[in-house]
Ligand binder design. Structure first.
Ligand code: AMP
Length: 226
């Protein structure tokens, strides 16, 4: 599917809201016409090249990288990809901006190239739904197989179907820790949403699962850009 005008968008979504899933589906639908730039992926790429860096340490602790480092990293990537022109390919930012000062810095830097965002999409999944999903997720660590007590439970409770070994929780699937991450997300995201709302850029796509959210997201992009 092609686009009649370039998408310059930001996608916001709480951890566990299924942003990765819906984004990869969306990119597939638009083939080569739309690219997602993920701040987490850019950082992980840098960390691979320099595993002992300060960035590697901060990310391993779940901290936030400074706004200045982040904005420079994003714009270096924009330049590399030739995205700072009016006729550039369509792009969607994922994971950046993460707070109001990054949002303002992004606008400022885009304005310097006479560009502006034309859409901010918020994926809205109730926090209780996200927490339930975490609560019900079990893994077989050696193979990476994932089970959900909701929709693909193991044949025998707590046991991997294939090897008969015990299932465990992922270290970051701790409900209390996750609930705190969600709270922090809201605290940083709410002012940003307000900022984009006042600019008339914010669109909210609500639903409990990716299967519900994806068609709505696709419709939104089609209506605005095709
Ligand atoms: P993600 O894949 O988006 O969850 O990002 C992984 C990690 O990279 C985060 O836990 C942060 O440590 C760091 N990170 C990603 N994006 C940003 C950002 N916009 N600002 C600061 N730190 C970030």
């Amino acid at each position: 599917m092609s686009l009649v005008r370039p998408v310059r968008a930001v996608i916001l979504g709480a951890p566990g809201a299924g942003k990765g899933t819906v984004l990869s589906k969306l990119i597939k639908r638009f083939d080569d016409h739309l690219t997602a730039i993920s701040s987490g992926d850019l950082l992980r790429h840098q960390i691979k090249q320099n595993p002992k860096s300060e960035i590697a340490f901060i990310v391993s602790q779940g901290g936030l990288i400074s706004d200045e480092v982040m904005i420079n990293m994003i714009f270096d990537r924009f330049r590399e990809l030739g995205y700072l022109t009016k006729s550039s390919k369509s792009w969607l930012l994922d994971g950046f901006p993460r707070n109001i000062s990054q949002a303002k810095a992004l606008d400022l830097r885009l304005n310097q190239s006479n560009l502006g965002l034309n859409l901010v999409i918020e994926l809205d999944v109730p926090h209780e739904v996200i927490l339930n999903r975490i609560r019900n997720r079990w893994i077989h660590a050696p193979s990476g197989r994932i089970y959900s007590l909701d929709y693909n439970p193991p044949k025998v409770e707590g046991i991997d179907d294939i090897t008969g070994e015990r299932l465990t929780k992922r270290p970051d699937d701790n409900v209390e820790v996750f609930a705190r991450r969600l709270q922090l997300y809201n605290k940083l995201c709410d002012p940003m949403k307000q900022y984009y709302k006042e600019k008339g850029l914010l669109e909210t796509v609500s639903g409990e699962t990716s299967d519900i959210i994806f068609p709505k997201l696709l419709e939104l992009i089609k209506n605005k850009y095709t």
